[in-house]
Design a protein around this ligand. Sequence first.
Ligand SMILES: CC(C)(COP(=O)(O)OP(=O)(O)OC[C@H]1O[C@@H](n2cnc3c(N)ncnc32)[C@H](O)[C@@H]1OP(=O)(O)O)[C@@H](O)C(=O)NCCC(=O)NCCS
Length: 177
Amino acid sequence: MEKGLLSSVVENLASEQQVICEVAHGSPEYWATVGLRNLILRQPLGLEFTEEEREADKKFHHFASYLGGRLAGCLVLCPREGGDVQMRQVAVVAELQGQGVGTALVEYSEAWARQAGYRRMILHARDTAVAFYEKLGYSKVGEQFVEISIPHWEMEKRLIYIFFCPTSRAKCSKERS
Ligand SMILES: CC(C)(COP(=O)(O)OP(=O)(O)OC[C@H]1O[C@@H](n2cnc3c(N)ncnc32)[C@H](O)[C@@H]1OP(=O)(O)O)[C@@H](O)C(=O)NCCC(=O)NCCS
C-alpha cells in the first residue's frame, strides 16, 4: 500500500475513534462542556445556568467525549453521601445523538465511579430520556417530579463488582461493601 494512502487510512481511523476523559474544572475543555450543556439542556427551555450551579461545578467531576478531536458529549458526576454518586447533565451534540456517544459516556463514568469506590449511581432523568437510561440498566425510584420546569424521574443503578473466586474458580458477583 502506498505510504500516503496508509497514513490517510490511519488518520480516518483516528478520526472515528471516540475518546472519553475527565476534564479539569476551569480548563478550556471544561468551558466547552458548559457551552454544550447550555445549548442542549438549558437553552431549549429558555433557561441559563445560575451562579449557584456554576459555583457547585467546582466540586464535581466533568467528563467529555471527543469524536475526531471534536467535543461530542459530556456529563457531570457529583459525589453524594453513603456511597452514592449522581450523574447529571448528560448532553450529546444534536447531530451526533443516536450513535452511541451517550452510552459510551455513561459506561465510562460508571467504570470511573466503581474505581473510585462508589456503590450506587443515581440520577434525575427527564421523562424523555428514561428509555435511554433503562437500556443501560437504570430503574425508576419513586414518583415523577418537576425539575427545571419539566417532568423528571429519579433513577438508580447498583454498581456491581465481578470477582473470580480462586478456590472454586467459580465466577462470583458481589456488591462491594
Ligand atoms: C439522551 C442522550 C444523552 C442519549 O445519548 P445518545 O448518544 O443520543 O444515545 P445512544 O446513541 O447511546 O443511545 C442508546 C440507546 O438509547 C436510545 N435512546 C437514546 N436517546 C433516547 C431517548 N431520548 N429516548 C429513548 N431512547 C433513547 C437509542 O435509540 C439507543 O437505543 P438502541 O441501542 O436500541 O439503538 C442524548 O440523546 C441527548 O443529549 N439528548 C438531549 C439531552 C437529554 O435529554 N439529556 C438527558 C438528560 S436526563
